[in-house]
Design a protein around this ligand. Structure first.
Ligand code: C2O
Ligand code: CU
Length: 509
C-alpha cells in the first residue's frame, strides 16, 4: 500500500499510455418513437409450500424497443428482469439456481480485479437475494460461484418482515458484467400484516425495475472500457438508454384508480430521481426493507443503485389522460389512464406499521469506517477501499450475534457511495459534515455543521445507506439472524469490483 496515495477527493492522476480503443457508434435514443411498447411485466411465480423453483440462467435475445433488433442478454429464466417470485414471511422459499450460460463471457473481463484473474473460469455466477435475512451458506457469498453446467439449491427461511427483495448475480470480480448482461429479478416477500392493510394488489401491484444501458446503433449492449486493453475496468457506467422492466420508453395502460409500484434501482451506477409532471404528488409507503411507519407524500424520489421505493400513485383524477414518469427531466415511461370509472376498494391507511426508531443507547459498539479512493497512478487507476482494507485482508468487522452497533461511515471521496450490508436491516441515524483535511492530517473527526436526521422516506428499515461525500453517515444495526461470513459494499457495481467491498463476520454470542 505504500505506493498508494490516499486521494481524499477526486484527484485523478493521468493514465499511462492509453491505447486507442474504438467505441462503437451509439444509438440516439431520441430517434426511437416513445411509448409504442407495452410495459413488460415479469411472470409471477407462486411456489407452493415445499416446492422447489428451478430457475435457469440463460443467454437469450430480447427486443428492448419495437424498432430495435433483438439484444443478446444473459437472464434468469429467459427474460430481463427475471420472473418475480412471491414469497411469504415465515415460509421457506427454495430455489434451485441453474447455470446454463455459455462458457465464454461477451463483456470485457478485467483480469486485474480481485477474483477475476486469468486462471479463473470466465463465466461464474452466484445468486444473492438482496435484502434477505438468510444463513451465510445461502446468501450468495461472492466466492461461492459456480460455472455453467452446475446449479445450487438456495433455501431462504424468510424469517423477516414483508419487503421488496431482489435477486442478482454476485460472482467475485464479474458481477457488474453479469448484472449489466441482465441478471436480476424481484422477490415480493409478503406478510399477514401488510396483506391486511388493503393496499392496491393483483393487477394494480407492479414491479418497476429501473436501469440504464449503453446501446449501439444495432441495439447491442456496449460495456465501456478504460482504453487499457489489459485493464478495461472503468469506475462508473452510465447508459444512453433508460430501461423500465427491460423496455425503452414503454407505456402502461392503467385504470383510474390506485396502483402500487415496487420500484427497484438495478442500474450499475445511475441514481434515479423520479417524479410526475407538474410536481404531481404521490405516496411513498415503503423503502428497502418494507413499509414505512406512515405514508410520505412525495413530489420526487431519489433512488441509489440497489435501493427500493414502494410507491402508490392514484390515477383517479387523471381519467382519460396520459402522464409520464420522469427521471430528472426526461420521461422514462408513460401511464395511459382509461376513462371508464372503476370501483377502487384499495386503501392506504394512515398508519402502515409500528416502526420504533432504534435508540443510540442500544449500541454496544461504534465503528468508524472510512470510504476512500486511492491511486498509485500505474497499476490501478482508482482503487476504492472500506477503511483502507482490501477484500483479501483479514476480516475486521466482526459483530457478535444479537448485538447492536453504530457504523459511522466517513466518506472522504467526492462521490455518494450507497453502502449495503447483507443479512441485516438497519436504520440511518444521521449525516453530518466534517472537515476532510483535518481528518487527513490528524485522523480526527472535526464536524463543520449540525447532524442532519434522515428525511421521512429514509426513516424506515433500510439495507442501503447512501453515504454522502464529505459527511459522516451513521447507521445503527442489530446483527440478529445468523452467525457466519457476509459482505458489505458499495452498490455502485464498478466501485465494488475495485474494491469497495469487504467481508464481515457475525460471531456467536
Ligand atoms: Cu444487491 Cu451485495 O448486493
Ligand atoms: Cu461507491
Amino acid at each position: 500500500m505504500e505506493r498508494m496515495v490516499a486521494m481524499g477527493g477526486d484527484g485523478l492522476c493521468p493514465h499511462p499510455a492509453l491505447d486507442v480503443v474504438k467505441r462503437p457508434r451509439l444509438l440516439d435514443p431520441s430517434a426511437l418513437s416513445p411509448f409504442v411498447d407495452p410495459l413488460p411485466v415479469p411472470v409471477m411465480l407462486r411456489p407452493r409450500m415445499g416446492e422447489t423453483l428451478r430457475i435457469a440462467m440463460r443467454a437469450t435475445e430480447q427486443r428492448l424497443h419495437r424498432d430495435l433488433p433483438p439484444t443478446p442478454l444473459w437472464t434468469y429464466g429467459g427474460s430481463m428482469p427475471g420472473p418475480t417470485i412471491e414469497a411469504h414471511s415465515g415460509q421457506v422459499l427454495r430455489v434451485d439456481w441453474q447455470n446454463r450460460l455459455p462458457s465464454k463471457h461477451f463483456l470485457p473481463i478485467d483480469h486485474h480485479l480481485c477474483g477475476a484473474e486469468e486462471d479463473q473460469p470466465e463465466v461464474r455466477t452466484v445468486v444473492h437475494l438482496h435484502g434477505a435475512r438468510a444463513p451465510a451458506a445461502m446468501d450468495g457469498y461472492p466466492a461461492d460461484w459456480f460455472v455453467p453446467g452446475n446449479s445450487r439449491l438456495q433455501v431462504y427461511p424468510n424469517r423477516q418482515d414483508a419487503a421488496t427483495l431482489w435477486y442478482h448475480d454476485h460472482a467475485m470480480g464479474i458481477n457488474r458484467l453479469n448484472m449489466y448482461a441482465g441478471m436480476f429479478g424481484a422477490v415480493l416477500l409478503r406478510d399477514a400484516h401488510e396483506t391486511s392493510l388493503g393496499l392496491p394488489q393483483g393487477e394494480q401491484e407492479i414491479p418497476l425495475f429501473l436501469c440504464d444501458r449503453l446501446l449501439t446503433e444495432e441495439g447491442q449492449l456496449y460495456y465501456p472500457v478504460s482504453g487499457r486493453h489489459d485493464a478495461p475496468w472503468v469506475p462508473e457506467v452510465f447508459g444512453n438508454v433508460m430501461l423500465v422492466n427491460g423496455a425503452v420508453l414503454p407505456y402502461l395502460q392503467v385504470q383510474p384508480r390506485r396502483y402500487r409500484f415496487r420500484v427497484i434501482n438495478a442500474a450499475n451506477g445511475r441514481f434515479f430521481h423520479l417524479s410526475l409532471p407538474d410536481h404531481r404528488p404521490f405516496l411513498q409507503i415503503g423503502s428497502d426493507q418494507g413499509l414505512l411507519a406512515a405514508a410520505v407524500r412525495q413530489t420526487s424520489v431519489m433512488l441509489a443503485p440497489g435501493e427500493r421505493a414502494d410507491l402508490v400513485i392514484d390515477f383517479t383524477a387523471l381519467a382519460g389522460q396520459q402522464i409520464s414518469l420522469i427521471n430528472d427531466a426526461l420521461p422514462i415511461m408513460q401511464f395511459r389512464v382509461g376513462s371508464a370509472p372503476v370501483r377502487d376498494d384499495s386503501v392506504v391507511p394512515a398508519v402502515l406499521r409500528e416502526l420504533p426508531r432504534m435508540p443510540e443507547s442500544a449500541a454496544s459498539r461504534t465503528r468508524l469506517l472510512t470510504l476512500d479512493s486511492y491511486s498509485d497512478c500505474v497499476a490501478e487507476p482508482m482503487l476504492m477501499l472500506l477503511n483502507g482494507k482490501r477484500w483479501k485482508d483479514p476480516v475486521t468487522e466482526n459483530p457478535v450475534l444479537d448485538s447492536t452497533e453504530i457504523w459511522s461511515l466517513l466518506n472522504l471521496t467526492s462521490d455518494t457511495h450507497p453502502i449495503h450490508l447483507h443479512m441485516v436491516r438497519f436504520q440511518i441515524l444521521d449525516r453530518r459534515p466534517f472537515d476532510i483535511n483535518v481528518w487527513m492530517a490528524s485522523k480526527t473527526v472535526y464536524y463543520i455543521g449540525p447532524a442532519q436526521p434522515p428525511p421521512p422516506d429514509e426513516q424506515g428499515w433500510k439495507d442501503i445507506a447512501p453515504a454522502w461525500p464529505g459527511m459522516v453517515t451513521r447507521i445503527i444495526v442489530r446483527f440478529d439472524g445468523y452467525v457466519g461470513r457476509y459482505v458489505w459494499h458499495c452498490h455502485l457495481l464498478e466501485h465494488a469490483a475495485n474494491e469497495i467491498m469487504r467481508p464481515f463476520d457475525v460471531l456467536p454470542a
